[in-house]
Design a protein around this ligand. Structure first.
Ligand code: HEC
Length: 127
């Protein structure tokens, strides 16, 4: 008895599906890798973190822009207390929080990297 042609084809078909799945998996890991890579190299965050901030200027900025919600001593008011916020959530998350505006009522702020570095320097000093 000769095997029918359809039963001969089956193993090849399965290999084809495995190849397609491998290509999809490779594509997914490329996309995930790209996201991680680009979040680590966000040029604005990178530049900000490379600068040395002035906490005096940062304190003035904080009083003008943030104290209304976070309290003059960052003790918390409308917004949460920002005491020890640097060690709690880290600079990258703080920068994202300030520029994103994803958590109303906190607005998004646009500022030069140096200004952001000054503000971070002040936040570092809040304990
Ligand atoms: C209109 C009020 C308002 C102003 C102005 C404001 N914030 Fe906020 N902020 C909030 C609120 C409300 C939250 C909580 C958001 C949430 O997580 O839902 C918050 C959260 C934060 C957080 C995250 C705290 C945490 O523990 O995760 C940081 C950091 C922060 N604000 C920094 C600032 C800085 C710096 C400024 C000034 C440049 C500022 N905020 C101005 C209302 C404000």
């Amino acid at each position: 008895m000769e095997p029918s042609s359809s039963s001969l084809k089956k193993p090849e078909k399965r290999l084809g599906i495995i190849k397609i799945l491998l290509v999809i998996a490779a594509g997914c890991s490329l996309i995930i890798g790209w996201f991680i890579f680009s979040s680590q190299t966000n040029p604005y965050i990178k530049e900000t973190l490379s600068l040395k901030g002035s906490s005096d200027h940062g304190e003035r900025l904080f009083r003008m822009n943030c104290a209304g919600c976070h309290g003059i001593k960052a003790q918390g008011l409308v917004g949460p207390s920002l005491k020890k916020v640097s060690s709690r959530i880290g600079d990258k998350k703080i920068i994202n929080q300030i520029i994103n505006g994803r958590t109303p009522p906190m607005p998004s702020f646009e500022m030069e990297p140096q200004t952001m570095a000054d503000l971070l320097a002040h936040l570092h000093s809040i304990n």
